[in-house]
Design a protein around this ligand. Structure first.
Ligand SMILES: *[C@@H]1O[C@H](CO)[C@@H](O)[C@H](O)[C@H]1NC(C)=O
Ligand SMILES: *[C@@H]1O[C@H](CO)[C@@H](O)[C@H](O)[C@H]1NC(C)=O
Ligand SMILES: *[C@@H]1O[C@H](CO)[C@@H](O)[C@H](O)[C@H]1NC(C)=O
Ligand SMILES: *[C@@H]1O[C@H](CO)[C@@H](O)[C@H](O)[C@H]1NC(C)=O
Ligand SMILES: *[C@@H]1O[C@H](CO)[C@@H](O)[C@H](O)[C@H]1NC(C)=O
Length: 490
């Protein structure tokens, strides 16, 4: 596995890329056509691929190629001319799978020799040669029967802790979908399938009936990640849009998005398979909720609440019958991926951001701090400070979003501990690299610094971030760039 700590060689190049000398050091700078995102102090970033069709999930294969699902197109493999730091340029781009139905999910077998991808109906497998980036046969379905309207991505995660276990996440068929109350509908669920036991001749698993249910009542948990030290599975859920509580509109700041915990894939079932509330119960982000709660003492951040208070469904039902989130995140941030650093001290979460709000919000990659040994978040469930730091985000009020701005989706670690991020609406891939002076923070388990952006209790982001992609310098990166530091009003 790759380390998050930059190698000595990469550190030197990273410094160059971040400084004024970068103009000569990096000849391959691409500049975004829109107001560029900001990078946290201690990090540098560069746009390395553009012109893609809705790039979603990404992953490096064993041959060093970056596989990218382009929604509505297929899977493309990129190799780079790598000058270290963030100075990369595309060397070759080849089409691995031409299939316009593929829309998000991507995974590789533990030995790197089977490629998995998904469309709305099924997960497909291809024998794969990672040295050439070539398929070695026709596709076969390994999990099927998932078609529905509305939320159509099926996120894939191949376990590293328990080889062969493929986690598949499926959303609901409507914003508010009562069919998800029926467990055998398969809607709004995360299941794990043992592909090691699925013979080539066997029909695909039926998502709705087979596999291990990691959780249900999960509206649309697009991001799924595995903690590297413990094998704990976590997901990030996109919660409901545009709802009222007892007749009053609560959409501006509720419900919160969720980080949920789903136990382990090794046979231990503790903390696994429960119902997480949707479509009956949602997580409190802003405690200023209308209506009188049935819960004595009222509601706190992270409690589950109901949109109605009646004799069969109310806040008490939510507290007693459903699994509450491990952490609650700001409303409408739309988390789409969660990827742990190798040391297990941070999860990186991409937020696609809101698509229909008068105050656009989200649009960033942020960290959540974890206890590396226990594999649990450091913040308590009632915290509003789950996001310890924004690594890359849109400056100012993100007024140009969502139409014309960086909207992160897929995350992948690449060679030398660099983080690759797709932005689907702009058709791009960015690379992020830690600068030399801050590389030690990756093993300390703490990233929050005085200069990092912190989402506070009122949902405002403060702190400074360095502007990326300043054409005057011809360099995308942290150290030399100016500080923007405006308040982000959510
Ligand atoms: C597909 O799933 C539904 C439940 O949602 C089930 O009734 C049906 O039998 C399944 N079809 C197949 C071919 O497994
Ligand atoms: C639950 O969903 C399954 C599969 O779609 C269906 O066969 C069954 O009738 C549903 N049950 C109820 C109570 O709606
Ligand atoms: C599964 O992993 C967890 C975390 O490491 C551990 O506590 C548990 O004992 C393991 N269960 C089995 C059956 O190995
Ligand atoms: C309570 O509200 C839920 C959701 O609207 C509804 O399904 C249920 O029938 C209501 N129960 C009563 C007793 O009104
Ligand atoms: C809340 O719903 C539960 C059923 O889940 C019911 O037992 C309780 O009486 C309800 N509370 C109120 C105040 O209606």
């Amino acid at each position: 596995m790759k380390s998050n700590v930059l190698s000595t060689a990469a550190v030197g190049a990273g410094l160059l890329a971040a400084g004024v000398a970068a103009q000569t050091a990096c000849a391959s700078v691409l500049v975004p056509s829109y107001s560029p995102p900001s990078v946290a102090p201690g990090w540098s970033a560069q746009l390395v691929v553009n012109g893609l069709k809705k790039p979603r999930s990404i992953q490096f294969d064993a041959g060093g190629g970056l596989l990218v699902v382009e929604s509505g197109k297929g899977i493309t493999r990129f190799t780079f001319k790598d000058n270290g730091g963030t100075c990369l340029a595309v060397d070759q781009a080849i089409t691995v799978v031409a299939d316009t139905t593929l829309n998000h999910g991507l995974a590789l077998a533990n030995d790197g020799k089977t490629l998995y991808a998904s469309n709305v109906e099924a997960v497909f497998a291809w024998a794969y040669d990672p040295a050439r980036g070539a398929l070695l046969g026709d596709r076969r379905a390994v999990v099927a029967n998932m078609s529905n309207n509305d939320l159509t991505t099926r996120t894939l995660l191949m376990s590293q802790a328990v080889p062969g276990q493929l986690v598949v996440s499926r959303g609901s068929a409507e914003n508010y979908d009562v069919d998800a109350l029926n467990k055998s509908s398969g809607l709004s669920q995360i299941r794990a399938f043992d592909l090691a036991r699925l013979l080539d001749t066997h029909p695909p698993y039926n998502f709705n009936a087979d596999g291990r249910v990691l959780g249900w009542g999960l509206r649309n948990s697009v991001g799924v990640g595995e903690h590297p030290k413990t094998g704990a599975i976590y997901s990030v859920e996109n919660s409901i849009d545009g709802v009222k509580r007892e007749g009053s509109d609560i959409d501006r700041s509720n419900p919160g998005e969720e980080l949920n915990y789903h136990g382990f894939l090794n046979g231990t079932t503790a903390g696994q398979g429960g119902n997480y509330g949707y479509p009956n119960c949602f997580a409190v982000w802003d405690t200023n909720l209308p209506g009188t709660s049935t819960v004595a003492g009222g509601l706190h951040v992270g409690d589950q609440f109901s949109l109605v208070q009646n004799a069969t469904l109310n806040d008490t039902t939510c507290a007693q019958q459903y699994v509450a989130p491990r952490l609650t995140l700001p409303a409408h941030f739309a988390p789409l991926d969660i990827l742990f650093g190798d040391d297990g001290a941070q999860a990186y979460v991409s937020f696609h951001g809101s698509f229909d709000k008068t105050n656009p919000q989200g649009y960033r990659v942020s960290t959540i701090d974890f206890d590396p040994q226990r594999g649990t978040p450091l913040e308590p469930p009632s915290s509003t400070r789950a996001l310890s730091r924004d690594i890359i985000s849109n400056p100012g009020q993100a007024a140009q979003c969502p139409a014309n701005c960086f909207r992160p989706v897929g995350l992948a670690w690449g060679p030398r501990g660099r983080l690759f991020v797709t932005s689907d609406t702009t058709g791009e891939i960015y690379v992020l690299s830690r600068d030399a002076s801050s590389s030690s923070s990756s093993s300390s388990g703490t990233t929050a610094t005085t200069s990092g952006s912190i989402v506070t209790a009122t949902g405002k982001a403060n702190g400074a971030a360095a502007a990326l992609g300043r054409p005057a310098l011809g360099v995308l990166g942290g150290v030399a760039a100016c500080v923007v530091g405006g308040l982000m009003v959510l």
